[in-house]
Write a protein that binds this ligand. Structure first.
Ligand SMILES: Cc1cc2nc3c(=O)[nH]c(=O)nc-3n(C[C@H](O)[C@H](O)[C@H](O)COP(=O)(O)OP(=O)(O)OC[C@H]3O[C@@H](n4cnc5c(N)ncnc54)[C@H](O)[C@@H]3O)c2cc1C
Length: 503
């Protein structure tokens, strides 16, 4: 591979691009990441991440450092304009089945710093800052990417097998694919303000509060350290200039804090939108993250959705690099990810609409006549149906396409730490002959790891084959079917990859 040749060019080094590049680097794929900005984007954005996302960061090796900078989120409460609780989304204080807390509060730049540091220490990844991608030409074997240095205006070109557009809401790669977005109907202008408290104010509370008000819904977020966030919808009567004016901001915040309590750290006006790209993969070009989907932030899932894209895509790209028949495996990327992202977006839209209701929607009346808030739980959709799911064994497997938990193994370490970013077989009883004849597949047995036994028992299955992204490929209910399970996985991949996997 020459200096201007890479396996993959990732456009954009936000959380999606940095995660994807790190995962590809783990697979020993040569990646060039081109990022337009000279430094990390510093406007107020993600403040929440979930346990699935944390597992991806665990795989990259940054989860422990990230955890030190986060706060466990006790939950989200929706209250009406009389301060009554109408919808409660409590988050458990204990670790969940994925080995992490189900909900964390974070400062997005903290995460992006960690991801970039990891990227820069991976010998297969190269990050170039201040480089704007200006043209992409596809050819039979790959693509040629042209990019321009923001300072010197120097133009360079690089050849690669695939280009992944992780270049955000106004994606250049998406335009190059001539790809339209499906508008899912949400479109509201909001002001977002991050403040630094001068000292702790416990009375503000640790929960995220969604203030439901038909005139002006608002959100309060308790972020790590002394950082606090307010988001407010903007009525047409307030212009953008007025909204970012400090006097307006302090007036809007006066219900909670004054200038004596805090200083404004960052402020921005966003149009919260909801949209899904119609095409996520066109020949050698692919989209991930905000380039592929946009959601209003009421569930704190925009970035998490991009991290799932990266985890779904990196192993597939890595496998595709050793073959010319790529499209089928990559088609599964959109088939699986698009419906999954849609579920999160439509739930976020419902929450956004709830915040504008006047009626006490979402409440029910208990036996003694008092109103009870509705309780909400996290959603965990299955992956959309793909060719990886479409054959006999899997059609009869209800677990296929669901995210598997992360039990602790007998040595006290979590499952993913043993697996890395590879497929794995979980079985009730160790079978050394089987392990010997399948050296490519890491195997973990219930009789050696009680928590694996418990997990398989709870799901009433004999064995599960996990994909590198921790989603279940398929499961079987008897020992006799295990061979078939493994050969189905191999055949399925072989069917889309006629030549051997990269060594
Ligand atoms: C107010 C707000 C609150 C949010 N809260 C949450 C939350 O709590 N949890 C959550 O999960 N998500 C949240 N999100 C969403 C989250 O911030 C985004 O989904 C996430 O940043 C998207 O990451 P990305 O890497 O896909 O895109 P981006 O972060 O937008 O990164 C794209 C990168 O591509 C670069 N780029 C663009 N064009 C080019 C080009 N031509 N050449 C080179 N580089 C280019 C850009 O400079 C940028 O760095 C929130 C968003 C907002 C606005």
């Amino acid at each position: 591979m020459t200096e201007n040749e890479f396996d993959i060019v990732v456009v954009g080094c936000g959380p999606t691009g940095a995660t994807l590049a790190n995962l590809l680097g783990l697979q020993q794929v040569n990646v060039l990441v081109l990022e337009r900005e000279p430094s990390i984007y510093n406007l107020p954005r993600a403040v929440h991440l979930d346990d699935e996302t944390m597992r991806v960061f665990q795989t990259i090796g940054v989860a422990n450092q990230l955890q030190e900078k986060t706060l466990v989120n006790p939950g989200m409460r929706f209250i009406d304009n009389r301060d009554e609780l109408i919808l409660d989304w409590p988050r458990p204080a204990d670790l969940g089945k994925h080995g992490w807390h189900t909900s964390y509060r974070l400062h997005q730049p903290d995460l992006e710093n960690l991801l970039r540091n990891a990227l820069e220490s991976n010998q297969y990844c190269k990050l170039e800052l201040g480089q704007t991608v200006t043209a992409i030409k596809q050819n039979a074997n790959g693509a040629q990417v042209t990019y321009q240095n923001a300072k010197s205006n120097d133009i360079q070109q690089v050849n690669c097998k695939y280009v992944v557009g992780c270049d955000g809401a106004n994606s250049f790669v998406r335009s190059s694919m001539a790809c339209n977005m499906e508008d899912l109907g949400f479109n509201e202008r909001w002001l977002v303000v991050d403040v630094m408290l001068k000292q702790d104010m416990p009375q503000l509370g640790d929960h995220t509060i969604q203030y439901c008000d038909p005139k002006q819904p608002m959100t309060y977020c308790r972020n790590p350290g002394l950082r606090r966030r307010w988001e407010m919808s903007l009525p047409d009567s307030i212009s953008n200039e007025q909204a970012v004016d400090d006097d307006t901001i302090w007036l809007l915040l006066s219900r909670w804090i004054t200038k004596d309590d805090a200083s404004v750290e960052r402020k921005a006006i966003y149009t919260f939108r909801s949209a899904l790209a119609k095409t996520w993969c066109k020949d050698r070009l692919l989209l991930a993250g905000d380039a592929a989907h946009l959601t209003p932030p009421f569930m704190g899932q925009g970035m998490c959705t991009g991290i799932r894209d990266a985890s779904n895509l990196a192993w597939k790209l890595s496998m595709c690099l050793s073959t010319d028949t790529t499209q089928t495996l990559l088609t599964s990327y959109q088939d699986e990810r698009s419906p999954h992202a849609r579920e999160y977006i439509s739930t976020a839209i419902k929450l956004g609409k709830l915040m504008r209701t006047i009626k006490q929607q979402g409440t029910s009346t208990s036996d003694n006549g008092s109103r009870q808030p509705t309780r909400m739980a996290a959603i965990a959709p299955r992956l959309g149906s793909s060719h990886l799911n479409k054959f006999d064994l899997i059609n009869h497997c209800p677990l296929s396409g669901t995210l598997f938990g992360q039990p602790e193994l007998a040595d006290g370490r979590l499952l993913d730490e043993h697996i890395g970013y590879q497929p794995a077989l979980l079985i009730r009883r160790m079978n050394s002959e089987f392990v010997k004849s399948n050296p490519d597949l890491k195997c973990f047995a219930g009789d050696e790891n009680p928590k694996i036994a418990e997990a398989l028992q709870a799901l009433s299955v004999e064995a599960i084959l996990l994909r590198p992204d921790r989603y279940v490929f398929a499961s079987v209910t008897s020992e006799e079917e295990i061979e078939e399970l493994v050969s189905s996985w191999k055949m399925r991949l072989a069917a889309v990859m006629p030549t051997s996997r990269r060594g």
